[in-house]
Design a binder for this molecule. Structure first.
Ligand code: BES
Ligand code: MN
Ligand code: ZN
Length: 499
């Protein structure tokens, strides 16, 4: 899908479809008013007949509108004008793409990106429209014997803006939107793959392939290497699996080598059965998504490399399965992490933190400016925040604020939870330095507390994406989150550093 920008009017606009907004009740947006006049009030006439109120998420498709040179005019309900904020705008853009795909249009011009949105500028409206547009044609059919029919035909999108004043920023916004959307697609594809395909070895291979197409340096540590490093926590998860664990390291260098990198650590459990602390059968298939943290790291690196951002980034992915087996770790086993701290594994289903803690210790060698880990870590996070916000925990408030800002900016929400010492006692073990679980209460926070014991040497933030990385039910599928959040965070950092 190609995107362009233009400053123009809908009058005499050629093409397959032009798209206009209508507020409640039957109030035309400025571009729609201009078109209405040119069509001798054809459009307002139809609204007066009662065909459209302008309610949010409604659409009306018109053909052969008099005095126009385009095949179709698509009207989108925007809801109440006083309430037209970011969510209403995004809903309208989504509704527009959905309706467009049902037509035979190959090209379309949007007169929605020029409608004022509370507290948002043109560049924001443009990049969000690009992301939604590309997402609307995402299909995952690589595991079907025949690719799906009814492939979207839409190819060329022109986004109209009200004036020239932000043209440069809008052009940049198209590129950023495209890069984020491509990163989302990479993360979605990896997440959606079945776990018999997407193994730790497969993830490593994909990372190696990425190194060929983008400017990345990728190395993969095998189990022997991890043994030498003393990664006893990570390996204790892998020991029940026939699939060998991998530690994937991908380096992107956009600045001088001496510049400290941002390190992204992504949980890559390619399937989580729970291990000996076996999970119940219902919906266990969804534990193929337990590598979505890893997928978001590879997706973000794709976006960053595409934008050639002036920043250094290291992606670290501990990848393994968590399986029950004669050789699997048992509840009560004590393992020694790379940091030297010992851990009593009271529940083998709390495996994410065990692989992350060694990866976080490994991250020290990059002398990071900041480390962010991304993990489908706790079911408790889904209970606390639902499927709307990613859970955020950090040992540095400035870093947390940066992430929260980026999250709001790209509508990939996150919400901070406390990392107070008061919670640390819940991890007490009678037999080791700590236990790997803290009981049912505050499950997301105690998981964060566990990780914080391995991140004392740098600024660190943890993103729990258990509720946001994929959708369940009829629309089951990976969301690609938090690629937008991470990419936006890194764009803002790169901008701040070069100012
Ligand atoms: N991968 C799961 C977390 C998860 C569960 C994400 C459900 C999304 C939906 C993680 O490895 C896990 O099993 N966590 C346990 C921790 C508990 C044993 C302390 C959980 O949340 O139940
Ligand atoms: Mn688990
Ligand atoms: Zn897990």
């Amino acid at each position: 899908m190609d995107f362009g920008i233009k400053v123009g009017t809908p009058v005499k606009q050629r093409g397959d479809c032009i798209i206009m907004g209508v507020f409640e009740s039957r109030k035309l947006t400025d571009p729609a008013k201009i078109l209405d006049k040119a069509t001798d009030e054809y459009i307002s006439g139809i609204l007066r007949q009662g065909d459209m109120e302008g309610k949010a998420n409604t659409t009306l498709l018109l053909h052969n509108v008099p005095n126009t040179l385009c095949k179709r005019v698509l009207l989108i309900g925007l809801g109440k004008e006083q309430e037209f904020g970011d969510k209403a705008y995004l809903d309208a853009i989504r509704a527009a793409f959905n309706a467009l795909h049902k037509t035979g249009s190959v090209d379309a011009t949007f007169f929605l990106t020029d409608v004022p949105v509370k507290e948002k500028d043109d560049a924001w409206k443009i990049s969000q429209a690009v992301i939604i547009g590309i997402q609307s044609i995402y299909r995952f059919d690589s595991l079907k014997s025949k690719s799906e029919e009814n492939k979207p035909r839409l190819r060329k999108i022109t986004l109209n803006i009200a004036d020239n004043s932000q043209l440069g920023a809008c052009k940049e916004a198209i590129q950023q939107g495209q890069a984020i959307a491509h990163g989302i697609n990479v993360a979605k594809d990896l997440g959606n793959l079945a776990a018999n395909v997407c193994t730790p070895t497969y993830l490593a291979k994909q990372a190696k392939n990425m190194a060929k197409t983008h400017k990345l340096k990728v190395s993969v540590l095998a189990q022997k290497d991890m043994e030498k490093l003393g990664m006893g926590a990570l390996l204790s998860v892998a020991q029940g699996s026939r699939q060998p664990a991998k530690l994937i390291v991908a380096e992107y260098q956009g600045r001088a080598k001496m510049e400290k990198p941002v390190v992204l650590v992504g949980k890559g459990v390619t399937f989580d059965t729970g291990g000996i602390s076996l999970k119940p059968a219902a919906n266990m298939d969804e534990m193929k998504y337990d590598m979505c943290g890893a997928a978001s790291v590879l997706g973000t690196l794709t976006a960053i490399a595409e934008l050639k951002l002036p920043i250094n980034i290291v992606g670290i992915i501990p990848a393994t399965e968590n399986m029950p087996d004669g050789n699997a770790t048992k509840p009560g086993d004590v393992v020694t992490s790379m940091s030297g701290q010992t851990i009593e594994v009271l529940n083998t289903d709390a495996e994410g933190r065990l692989i992350l803690c060694d990866a976080l210790t490994y991250a020290e060698r990059y002398k990071p400016d900041a480390v962010i880990d991304i993990a489908t870590l706790t079911g408790a996070c889904v209970i606390a925040l639902g499927h709307v916000a990613t859970g955020l925990i950090s040992n540095n408030n400035e870093l947390a604020q940066e992430l929260l800002h980026a999250a709001d900016d790209v509508n990939d929400r996150a919400w901070q939870m406390p990392l107070w010492d008061d919670y640390q006692d819940l991890l007490k073990s009678n037999f080791a330095d700590m236990a790997n679980i803290g009981g049912r209460a505050a499950g997301t926070i105690t998981a964060g507390c566990f990780l914080s014991r391995f991140t004392k040497k740098y600024r660190w933030a943890h993103l729990d994406i258990a509720g946001t990385a994929w959708n369940s039910g009829k629309e089951k599928g990976s969301t690609g989150r938090p690629v937008p959040l991470l990419t936006q965070f890194l764009i803002a950092r790169a901008n701040a550093a070069s100012e």
